[in-house]
Design a protein around this ligand. Sequence first.
Ligand code: NAI
Length: 694
Amino acid sequence: MTTVHVRQHGDIAVIELDHPPINALSAAMRTELVAVLERFAQDPAALAAVLIGAHGRFVPGADIREFGLDKPAPGINASVQRIAASAKPVVAAIAAHALGGGLELALGAHFRVATPDSRLGLPEVNIGLLPGGGGTQRLPRIVGAEKALELMLSGRSITAAEALALGLLDEVVEGDLLAGALAFARRVMQQGRALSTVDARRDRIEDTDPALFAALREKHRRKWRGLLSPGLIVDCVEKAVSVPIEEGLAFESDAFRRCVASPQRAALIHLFQAERAAAKIPGLEGVVPIEVQRAAVVGAGTMGSGIAMCFASAGIPVLLLDARPEGLQRGLQVIGRNYETSVRRGSLDAARAAQAQALITGSLDLADAAPCDFVVEAVFEDMELKQQVFRRLDEVMKPGAVLATNTSTLDIDRIAAVTSRPESVVGTHFFSPANVMKLQENVRAACTSPQTLATVTALARRIGKVPVLAGNRDGFIGNRILAVYGRECDFLLEDGATPWQIDGALQAFGFPMGLYLMRDMSGLDVGWRIRQYREQFRDKRQRYSPIADRLCEAGRFGQKTGKGYYLYEGSGADAKARPDPEVEALIERTARELGITRRTVADQDVVRRVLVAMVNEGARILDDGVALRASDIDVTYVNGYGFPRHEGGPMFWAARQGLAGVLEQVRGQHAIEGERWLPASSLEAAARQGRWPD
Ligand code: NAI
């Protein structure tokens, strides 16, 4: 035996799982564990067993290195069922992590004990899977259906204290875990407690409200669009409460196989790994971030108030500043309303919301930010104003504090240049609504120090964001690709498509909202003003679509004026968008004036042209060194721009389509459309190698 060792402690068998470095549940371990459990069942000298991990840890889950490989070994179910069926008590002794298959092993045991710092969870949903080792059937039997669903659908891990409160743990062991687990097992044996197996339990599930399942499906309908595993997790738990466990386990196995066979699994594993990789920045190894104990946000508008909530919700005291009392007042009110909504919807409990809100204070005087370690500026998008704010921050902030800007378009070097400490200046580009959207695009300016970068990266994770590093070039990563995406859609309108066709095609691909609905929602006038200013610099030889300008000239600013690309009935969030023949006529007129003969454009051509353009721009971003790796672009698009998770991001999509084919299409468009479709060198190199560079 190499990965499972058995030692006898009196009449208790200690079964130790040992697979360096982290005890991941490998095929070899599963095979050996089944054999060991069979011997334990038959060994008259062993009256109980303690299942424990070597190296001071339990089992953090399946061995990710074996994903996708077909290793001939018993599935985890074979071990769990032997544990669950044992006539002798088995105590799982958990240290560090019991996640995924690790927790499922422990769920089969009659009892679970753990060290105070351990964490437990079933995170399979994050990689497009569901707990396939009995987790969907046994966790509800121990903690109830509602809580089990919350844990499995969020994939979050919980502390030992929370697990104890839920009944998932029987005891938290202070001091030596093995000694504590052995003592626990002896107590159980002495008490002669009748062994109740998890599989036979129904006490926590028999009162489950049958309406729970339909309500969950409805609540998450939009979020789960195109995703397989969350819906199947709900189905599995619905089975758990209504059929005997054997039937439930069979249903779970079947659902698990469906997830494994689905193409979205590779995409979700890619993103899981890409999100971890994105937080690793070459050159920052060993750089210690500044510890942020207090933060400040300047500008209490749409973004500033959302950003302040991110800090407060993570337990960081935050000072919200504005130049105008009414601006500050409104920001604080918005925050209050947002927390109220979260409590009403049940996504946050009232005590936590009150705690977070108590961490937010307001001020009209920038000097009050002096004791903060970190400040984010989110005032109007205006270079002179931002420079003025940074001059003042430079005067008041303590040495070493990080000065961040939330600008989406301005040159951060020019902002940094007005301070005496450009090494402390960095971009932290949040997305709207900032308290919800996961992406934090961190922007490295010319002088940004490694410590400043390390700080914004660590801080992003602390406040629950996904950090991606971008270079300081127009549009950074996300908005630069968005500009190309929008441009191609506009040309497609001229070529023969309609806004509703394009939106429908993009939504069918998996975007939560089409481009034109999104533009109408955020207002067309902002972009119009920017274009009017940029008109003087525009290269007049390049193709330009005037449709958006013409809509604005006609007073169509989107939802807020009742018409934009669509016609709106009703107002606010309930406004209904309808196709508008006037818009179609405007598009036709424009195309005629430009000498374009409109033709029928197929939905799949819309999607392909848009995606291929995004990929080529992504590759240019790699050419320019604005992104560190192709997978960072995927992380950006999925977490900040609604690119469907189950497609893995634009660069992953391209690799799956075949990079040579994508390049072929870029070349084809280049031949027709000219310069703007010039193939990126990184795409050419990737097509030659058959993959994006690491
Ligand atoms: P906003 O107009 O909602 O809020 C700006 C706030 O800054 C106002 O409350 C205003 O009173 C305050 N302010 C102005 N001058 C000030 C000063 N000197 N000192 C303190 N406060 C001052 O603007 P929004 O939309 O929140 O944008 C803020 C920044 O975030 C901009 O740089 C914008 O480009 C960027 N951004 C905006 C996004 C969005 O979707 N709205 C997304 C990502 C970035």
